[in-house]
Design a protein around this ligand. Sequence first.
Ligand code: GDP
Length: 479
Amino acid sequence: EDESFISSPAPEDKLLGGLLAPGFDEESCLSRYQSALYRKASPHLPSRYLQARLRKYEAQHKKCGPGTDPYKKAIEQFKSNHSTGPMECNYIVWTPYNGLGNRMLTIASAFLYALLNNRILLIHVPKDLDDLFCEPFPETSWVLPSDFPIIDQLSSFHIRTPQSYANMLRNKVINKNSNGSLPAYVYLHLNHDYSELDKLFFCEDDQLFLKKFPWLVLKSDNYFIPALFLVPEYEEELRRLFPSRETVFHHLGRYLFHPTNTVWGMITRYYEAYLGKAEEKMGIQIRIFQFAPISSENLLDQILNCSRIENLLPEISLKGSSSSTTKAVRSKSVLVASLYSGYSEKIRDKYFEHAAAAGEIISVFQPSHEETQHTEKQTHNQKAWAEVYLLSFSDVLITSSWSTFGYMAQGLGGLKPYILALPENRNAPNPPCRRAMSMEPCFHSPPTYDCKAGKQVDKGALGPHVRHCEDVSRGLKLF
Ligand code: GDP
């Protein structure tokens, strides 16, 4: 690669440095080419090789997508329930599981897997996911057709489903060393509860074996890309695709996920009304998990302490009145995303009752407070998606530990967030937050099995590609 050809994109480079394909109908998905107007240009450019591979993938998807002859042939094969090896076109079917953040991280993982294996990615879009994402590939569709043979069973797939890779190995339905006939598809169960046999997915021999199946069906709630970097077969290709490892989700996310016009309307209306005029934009993403409870007072203190120590929000002046100059002061908007409303109100009150130290003008907004998670509701998911996208416009970001919702905002925005430490015994630990080492999401439940050595190992210590995550000590992330 000749790096000297790669210069910074123009501020309004709507193709994001060659990441996006030109030629889409702009009206049908305004966000695709308009997002560049709302964000600073990313300093991270996609490699030439990634650009070329994406264009090649798009051509392949068009050739193999729903409705094409190769697709029909592959469906016939699926229905016959046996296969003899790879076909002209081979597929990976993504199925939804868990919240929006989890879903998007696994779509990105499935897409990279498809790219590495020359498979076509099709996603199952139930009603709750409808009208969130535009089609990412030109002149074709990534939506799994509604007449897909087992479409009604997909949501009930789980760890004991007989067609899972682990269960078929265990029950000798398939055998890595035989050349006999195979079932038409394998169910890949890569959820956090997966078994050691399911985790063989991350071994090179198993990867080679899985290539024989025209159809893979995936369910996962994990960003499993870091473990693909540990499969020797993919190492070189991944290095060429992503010379800078910490930009994997940044590029894949911006390539794949474009809000539909409905969601883009929410985003742009909110942006114009509340955020657009501020000189600096800060995002605070607040997520509380049942396994790590904390009182709202303690959490508010944690957020304010983090902001103070890291110089993210100004101190308040205790003198009471603001400085007499009303012009030429800096303005900062603070976008709070949370299921609960109290936090943004308290931060706003603080800067209403007291002047900020340097006369800065602080405005605090929160688009919604849904109170509880409702992944089964389309409008709830649209709001969540709009908030993730708005957060990704931030200049600085505070996120919550363990939250895939936060990972998406940081990845799309290209931001290294300040991560609020997970509460311990209902209290905020000290320090209250720390800066992420990379903008990559964390793989929460990675495999620990060393396929070559045949024993358990600490993959976080394995070397140059991955480290344990700041927020999830057993997790793995690229950096
Ligand atoms: P995670 O559980 O934090 O890893 O993130 P997920 O996105 O997978 O699941 C959490 C879900 O709860 C989101 O998808 C939303 O449906 C909802 N949710 C959590 N936090 C927020 C928030 O700040 N704003 C909105 N609108 N929804 C949220």
